[in-house]
Design a protein around this ligand. Structure first.
Ligand SMILES: Cc1cc2nc3c(=O)[nH]c(=O)nc-3n(C[C@H](O)[C@H](O)[C@H](O)COP(=O)(O)OP(=O)(O)OC[C@H]3O[C@@H](n4cnc5c(N)ncnc54)[C@H](O)[C@@H]3O)c2cc1C
Length: 440
């Protein structure tokens, strides 16, 4: 059986490896010269930062299997997410821990209520792979996170935390996140925590996530034909086979195609055989979150430890090098939703200057800024954004459609996984599609 896999992110690499191990004759096409897609580790001085995906959750067992296989270790104690409130920069002043109550004494209670409310929606979903099975699916999918924030009547400070949480977790503004999608994500995590019997922690990995991509790339290269710098540009599906057009003018005839590329670049592919209307609507309609990450390396670590929320352009600030040695350290600004999109519109140098100035203001840093990198995912031509976000109405409309095969064409990638939005989901989707094709 011949299979062409398009895209060498974790979805494409996992699909290619499973297919080749199952006896398929696999060609893997990658548009760029680099493999790994939205996993991109960058070295700054002797330290490393992630400009794309950063944390592996304790529930992400497929990722942990890959880490074990390639000898990649977890770094430090790990994070426990909540609607993070370790410190707050508000109206020009930085407040840490309990002092956040000085800004608004109701904020902490309001956020507890908000977290409980969101968790309860997830608790009612038994099977996160079928979000339409939620007893209140239609109503939740008609509402957004912004509606939930309004219903709970959050004050200004709690609203900022909730909005930053949405921009960070969903890469989108609260108005652009379906409550049914939020419930699905909570349910997915709860089910895995219970099944695995683990406590929640999110970890960075020692040396960076690109090590996992490198390990997979080496193993896949032994079994499959990998062609980098080879963007797919067209697809023609007839009853017996599929023809994949490559930018250099060549054509590959194959039995199955795995489209493991994000929906932005997929929208640019020329489909000479018409896609079914519902699939076409889903591919072109599904929401996509936006993130710009900017990392600045300073000669000394003059900042408050821990994850902080700001009312400024930086949105959220934290230290990715917290478990790495050396006097210099890196601060990261993680900017999602409208703010991520606005920053992406500026040239990289301007973004870095604006974020560096903001970091100095928030933490009073006087140390020298010795290096920096900024990655605007909205601008990356073969990603066109951060990751999928199901907006109000889109879970019920698009979820099942995107996960069903279209003849010999199969979509893979985080956007069609149960663990949507994560590396785990990318790997999950690769394995799922490979098993389906091999069973054919
Ligand atoms: C800023 C940011 C932070 C994130 N944080 C986390 C996190 O902390 N934890 C986590 O688990 N996940 C995180 N994610 C999500 C995670 O990175 C993705 O879910 C995952 O890497 C997606 O893998 P993929 O294989 O589906 O797609 P991708 O990694 O995007 O791979 C797709 C590949 O297809 C290629 N391609 C595109 N068009 C074509 C074409 N026409 N022809 C051939 N090849 C093509 C691309 O170049 C790319 O290599 C984050 C993502 C971003 C952007």
């Amino acid at each position: 059986m011949r299979v062409v896999v398009v895209g060498t992110g974790l979805a494409g690499l996992s699909a290619a490896e499973s297919l080749a191990s199952g006896g398929a004759d696999v060609v893997l096409l990658e548009a760029t010269e680099r493999m790994g897609g939205r996993v991109r580790t960058v070295a700054l001085g002797g330290q490393v930062v992630e400009t794309g995906a950063e944390w592996v959750d304790s529930t992400h067992w497929r990722m942990h299997e890959l880490m074990d296989r390639f000898g990649v270790e977890r770094e430090g104690e790990g994070m426990i997410w909540s609607t993070i409130r370790r410190w707050l920069f508000w109206d020009g002043v930085r407040y840490a821990g309990e002092r956040i109550a000085d800004v608004d004494p109701r904020a902490v209670d309001e956020l507890d209520r908000y977290d409980d409310h969101v968790d309860a929606m997830g608790d009612a979903m038994a099977d996160p792979s079928r979000p339409s099975s939620h007893p209140d699916a239609a109503r939740l999918d008609s509402l957004s996170l912004a509606d939930a924030m309004r219903e709970l009547d959050l004050g200004a400070v709690a609203s900022l935390f909730a909005r930053r949480n949405s921009q960070g977790e969903f890469a989108a503004e609260p108005r652009d996140v379906s409550l049914l999608f939020v419930a699905q994500q909570r349910a997915q995590e709860r089910v895995e925590l219970e099944r695995l019997g683990v406590e929640f922690r999110a970890h960075r990995v020692v040396g960076g996530l690109s090590r996992i991509v490198d390990g997979l790339r080496r193993d896949v290269a032994r079994k499959a034909d990998i062609r980098v710098g080879s963007p797919m540009v067209s697809l023609d599906q007839s009853s017996g086979s599929v023809r994949v057009g490559v930018a250099d003018g060549s054509t590959l005839e194959t039995d199955h195609v795995v489209l493991a590329l994000p929906l932005g670049p997929l929208r640019a592919i020329e489909f000479t055989s018409a896609m079914p209307n519902d699939l076409r609507a889903a591919v072109h309609g599904l929401g996509w979150g936006q993130i710009t990450k900017t990392a600045v390396r300073f000669s000394r670590r003059e900042w408050l430890r821990g994850y902080g929320t700001t009312d400024s352009v930086s949105q959220r600030l934290y230290e990715p090098t917290i478990d790495q040695t050396g006097e210099p350290g890196v601060l990261m600004a993680y900017c999602g939703g409208d703010g991520g999109l606005e920053l992406a519109a500026q040239p990289e140098e301007e973004r870095i200057a604006a974020i560096t100035a903001d970091m100095r203001r928030v933490h009073g840093i006087t140390a020298e800024a010795i290096d920096a990198v900024s990655q605007a995912w909205p601008d990356a031509p073969f990603a066109r954004g951060a990751y999928s976000v199901y907006r109000p109405g889109e879970v019920l409309r698009y979820w099942d459609v995107l996960r069903a095969p279209w003849g010999r064409v199969h979509l893979a990638g985080e956007h069609v996984a149960t663990c949507t939005g994560y590396m785990e989901g990318a790997v999950e989707s690769g394995y799922t599609v490979a098993a389906r094709i091999l069973a054919d």
